[in-house]
Design a binder for this molecule. Sequence first.
Ligand code: AHG
Ligand code: MN
Ligand code: MN
Length: 355
Amino acid sequence: MNNPDQPVIPEHTLDRDCTTLSRHVLQQFPSFSAEAQDISAIMNRIALAAKLISRRLSRAGLMAGTLGFTGETNVQGESVKKMDVYANEVFISVFKQSGLVCRLASEEMEKPYYIPENCPIGRYTLLYDPIDGSSNVDINLNVGSIFSLRQQEGNDLNAEARDLLQDGHKQIGAGYVLYGPSTVLVYSLGQGVHSFILDPSLGEFILAEENITLPAHGPVYSVNEGNYWQWSESIREYIRYVHRHEGYTARYSGALVGDFHRILLQGGVFLYPGTVKKPEGKLRLLYESAPLAFLVEQAKGRASTGFQDLLDIVPDKLHARSPLIIGSTEDVQLVESFIQDWTRRVSEQTAVTSS
Ligand code: AHG
Ligand code: MN
Ligand code: MN
């Protein structure tokens, strides 16, 4: 019943347009507490970083000094692109003098970056991959940013940051930004997964979908099959299985964020397994795999290494890597069954030969 003293508001459209990211974050908390305000402010800063990166990407081909490599190599041994450096600095810049985040840790920095002026009050650490899918930057294909928020524990203000070497359940929140035809921000604070689209005319991220859930199975398998020659037989067996059964389709963009986004919305599985020579694979645990695992579990999917839940892994160093199998529960289970059956067969054979 409308209150005759109140103006009549066209409910659906206007209310939706006003559901901005910061308002939505505040709604995740039972009260307007200091924590709620801090986390809402942190998400706002991440959104500002996303807007700055999105703006630069949209003009990258027109601006000098934006595309291509810097000539440097990062701590991962990978060639650094100019956009990697820019996006990394954007995150530092938006959090400086914010009073929100004491420490930043990124794929592009060997050691965590401390913002001492924030530390007395900003008891959080933000871990991030500033540009995910860097090989797509120069050809105008989708890239992303990934982030993970953790509580700052102890007073470890030296560069070791041992308190970060904990499992993925310790994340307070996580998310990513996908720079595609539109810029999409997806996040979770442990109460469902929600997506927002940047409305350039407003300069705001507006709610697109709340409580996203994955189907238990989807047709997509997403993997770099060029690595077939380097895989263990278990992964090869899985790939041969999907090749020989109806109902599967391959999709792989070279940017984890884009491939994961498709699976989050439509189901299926993304995998970046280890190789025989590098069993830990390529993806970094703390700022690539663990945040996406946090999201997928919130969306009723699963993330695994093949042997254990990805969120249970405790890294031994900041830039530790881990195999990743992520997506719909049934599809992740199928990959795990190939890995575990093969491992069991090998250990049985080894036992027979050595007896
Ligand atoms: P980054 O650009 O942050 O180094 O990450 C690249 C990652 C990930 O986005 C993608 O899924 C994967 O590397 C692609 O690797 P391959 O080229 O080996 O398939
Ligand atoms: Mn990445
Ligand atoms: Mn990156």
